[in-house]
Structure formats: structure tokens, C-alpha cells
Ligand binder design. Sequence first.
Ligand SMILES: Cc1cc2nc3c(=O)[nH]c(=O)nc-3n(C[C@H](O)[C@H](O)[C@H](O)COP(=O)(O)OP(=O)(O)OC[C@H]3O[C@@H](n4cnc5c(N)ncnc54)[C@H](O)[C@@H]3O)c2cc1C
Ligand code: FES
Length: 281
Amino acid sequence: MLNPYLPFPVAIDEIITETEDKNLKSFKFVFLNPEDEEKFSYRAGQFAELSVTGKGEIPIGIASSPTEKGYVMFTVNKVGLVSSCLHSMKAGDIMGIRGPLGNWYPWDVLEGKNVVIIGGGFAFTTLRSSIVYMLDPANRKKFNDIHVIYGARTPGMLLYREELTAWEKRDDIHMHITVDGTDDPDWKYNVGFVPTITEQKAPPGSADTYAIVCGPPIMIKFTQPVLDNLNYSHDHIIMSLEMRMKCGIGICGRCNIGKEYVCKDGPVFTLAQLNEMPREY
Ligand SMILES: Cc1cc2nc3c(=O)[nH]c(=O)nc-3n(C[C@H](O)[C@H](O)[C@H](O)COP(=O)(O)OP(=O)(O)OC[C@H]3O[C@@H](n4cnc5c(N)ncnc54)[C@H](O)[C@@H]3O)c2cc1C
Ligand code: FES
């Protein structure tokens, strides 16, 4: 049996600076032992603990899609001890990945349905994983309409800009990219906060339409009433929580909300489930 506390050794293969403030970087890792890639078999929506020797571990959503083989990718915001240390590392450096951890977006439920992805800021990471997964030629037919509403403060703060441009050009995904504001005369997408763009662009709620919402608390607070007005039932609104975590496997008790362990029972919950939980998140 695998020891759940033991990270897989990985090497940094590539580092991509995502945002103009350089605080968000994507890290592509390759497994030092090729058979570990098989053991790290994941679904879009899961996370892993990234461990930097001598510094600690941090939970980070998996930004690559299970359909992307040969590497696993994470996008990390530089906020404190471990994330800053990671930002100072370079291609070729060795570290550890423990996981995959937590549950995932309910792909079996979403098959045959319309999927509306609503994201803001750097919480777009597991949403990128989901979009790449759904757009994969082997999967696209499994889903009906796909809408993506994604916002950042400015154009330079958007993640995955080359991919956003490529998705914009496709006719099998409806992209609604937005920024809070910009003085760029060449900006050709939306200007406005995510809840406003959701109100304007999201399809109405129905038995066949699910929304996946990830973003900062303020975005979620103002998006929820918009989805209510659009008649999304709370069991059709799916969210991913970011609680403080330690073990990531439901043992230490650091992340629980009532009887739910966010690391093990989540991080993905429907709004209907969250409504039943104490408001500690
Ligand atoms: C399931 C899950 C998925 C996540 N996915 C991502 C991701 O894809 N990309 C990403 O950049 N970050 C993600 N995070 C947040 C990330 O785990 C924290 O930013 C990280 O642990 C900070 O560690 P640090 O050592 O750099 O900072 P620390 O030195 O521990 O703290 C620095 C600052 O960050 C705050 N902080 C620390 N941990 C958290 C946390 N879990 N939530 C909110 N604030 C925190 C502290 O209060 C402090 O203000 C995720 C968290 C969870 C639980
Ligand atoms: S992080 Fe230890 S129980 Fe969730």
C-alpha cells in the first residue's frame, strides 16, 4: 500500500510567468520515476500538496488536464513562505508532489449537460483543467454547450492568455472574457465584473445546465444572486473551497466545516450542500 504522506519526486520541467505582476507562475513537473505518473492518476477539480524540501507543503489545484500526458501543471500565486520559495526555483530543480487529493467536479453528472464555467482571478486553475478536459477530441461530444465567463482585474492579470485566444476562435465553446477595467485601446473583449457579465451572457438555469463557480469570495457573493435570478437551482451550482489544510487526507482536522473535511469530502461541493454546512468558509 502507498504511504499517503510520501510525495512523488518530480523535476521542474518548465516555468511560465503568467501575469504582468509576475506573482503568478505555472510550473510543469515531470515525474522522476515514470511509473509514478500512472499512480498520480487524477480528475479535473482535484488538488495536490506541493512540497519544497525544508520549507513545507502547500495545497494547490491541478491546472493541467488528465488528457495532457507527460507532465502535471500547477499555477501558484506568490503569497508566503512556500509559494515564494517555489517562485525562486528554476527548471531542473527537484521537489515533491503528494496526491492527487480531494474530490473532483462531477463529470458523470455533467455528461450530456450544458456547462457554464464562471471564474475570477487565480482560482481559474482547476477550471482550465476542466476546459481542456471537455475540449479534448475524445470528450467534446460528451458535453452540450460550454460557456466560460472568466474575469481578471486587467488584461495583464489573465492566466493562460494564449489558450484563451485559441478558445475564442473555436465555435464549440462560448468564451466571455472580461476585465474590471483597462486603458488598452486594443482590448476587444468585455469590460465589467464577473457577476455583471454572468447576468448578460450566461444561459438561463435548467435541469440540463450546471454552473461551476470558482473565484474570490467577493465574486462568489455577487454571482450567486445572479444565478438565482437566472433560475439555477442550488444543486446545479458547483463550487470549490479553499480552506487552510495540512494533511490533505482527512486526518489532522485542520480543514473541517462541521462534519465535512474539505480536503477529503471536498474541495468540490454543490451550493445545496454548502447551504447545509455551518458558514465557516
Ligand atoms: C484545495 C486548494 C486549492 C488551492 N489551489 C491554489 C492554486 O491553484 N493556486 C494558488 O496559488 N493557491 C491555491 N491555493 C491556496 C494555497 O494553498 C495558499 O496560497 C498557500 O498554502 C500559501 O502558502 P505559503 O506557504 O506560500 O503562504 P503562508 O506563509 O502560509 O501564508 C501567506 C499568506 O497566505 C494566506 N494563506 C495561506 N494558506 C491559505 C489558504 N489555504 N487559503 C487562503 N489563504 C491562505 C495566509 O493567511 C497568509 O496571509 C489552494 C488552496 C486549497 C485549499
Ligand atoms: S487537511 Fe487534515 S483533515 Fe483536512
